[in-house]
Write a protein that binds this ligand. Sequence first.
Ligand SMILES: Cc1ncc(COP(=O)(O)O)c(C=O)c1O
Length: 335
Amino acid sequence: MNVDDLPTPALVVDLDAFDANVATMAARWPATTLRPHVKAFKSTALAGRLAAAGHVAFCCATVREMEGMAAAGLGHDLLLANEVLGPAAERLGALARSGEARVTAAVDSDATVDAAADAGVTEVLVDVNIGLPRCGCHPADAGRLADRCRSRGMTVRGVMGYEGHLMREPAAAKATGVKQAGELLLTALEATGGDVASGGGTGTWSTNEWATELQAGSYCLMDTEYVAHAPEFAIALSLSTTVISSSPAWGVLDGGLKCLGMDHGNPTVLGAGECLFVSDEHITVGWRHGDWLEPGSRVRVLPAHVDPTVAYHDRMHVVHDGEVVDEWPVDLRGW
Ligand SMILES: Cc1ncc(COP(=O)(O)O)c(C=O)c1O
């Protein structure tokens, strides 16, 4: 099938761009020095391609992602790089006890340590705050939490710290900031014991010198916002749309808020004017001189934020030379 025969709106992956992104990252972070983050693509089919390229250990953001990866036979070494409590922690423990996957949990408080231990999780990373105001304990508390983990019978594999606040910094500030963040994390690692320092992402893939495993995920598919901060990776993801209405001044595409992550701004419309605004089921484009399109025309739209965009769809259509060659279900959605 040709890409232009897909029912729209359809999420499309350019296979050549995807393969090139995987190869670029693997050249710097081969095998398990990369722990790809599945949150960016939520697809076991895509994860399977990364495993085939040697990256057999993964990060997840939700218990649903952990369970789905294990069920797909991709549970060699799964890190829940996020904090869970209550029923979510119990589900994580059930997965660990099932033996279907090697499960490691991030913990950053007495509450998350106890939830993991109570649920039957046996391996943890102490999550350390290295500058992003989100999860992670104070670096000075890492050793105490590690002791608490061990007193509850769990193995401390090391630490994780995510320098998400630095991904979009200019080069010089990024280099300094990532170095300082690494010093915080490696000091914490001395206090916790273990040999893992997990961290980093697409925006620091070439700056981070301290992670024993990089947690990048966006690099596989990319988006218009992130490409400015990691230009070595190509935008492989687009939305195929159809012009459903066209007046002399503007046109309307059959995409919208329900199929595009919009928190990083408007999408980029290729060859069909400029995106004026996006509503639930519509993208309104203003025609520029000479780019008027008639109803029925196909238009490619580049999303501004990959993660939430993918999460709106139930499949990605994989395209090579204009032909649809594969379909990757987005099977890790939900919670
Ligand atoms: C814990 C964690 N690690 C790593 C990443 C890196 O992902 P990306 O490839 O989008 O930079 C993220 C992204 O949000 C994250 O939350």
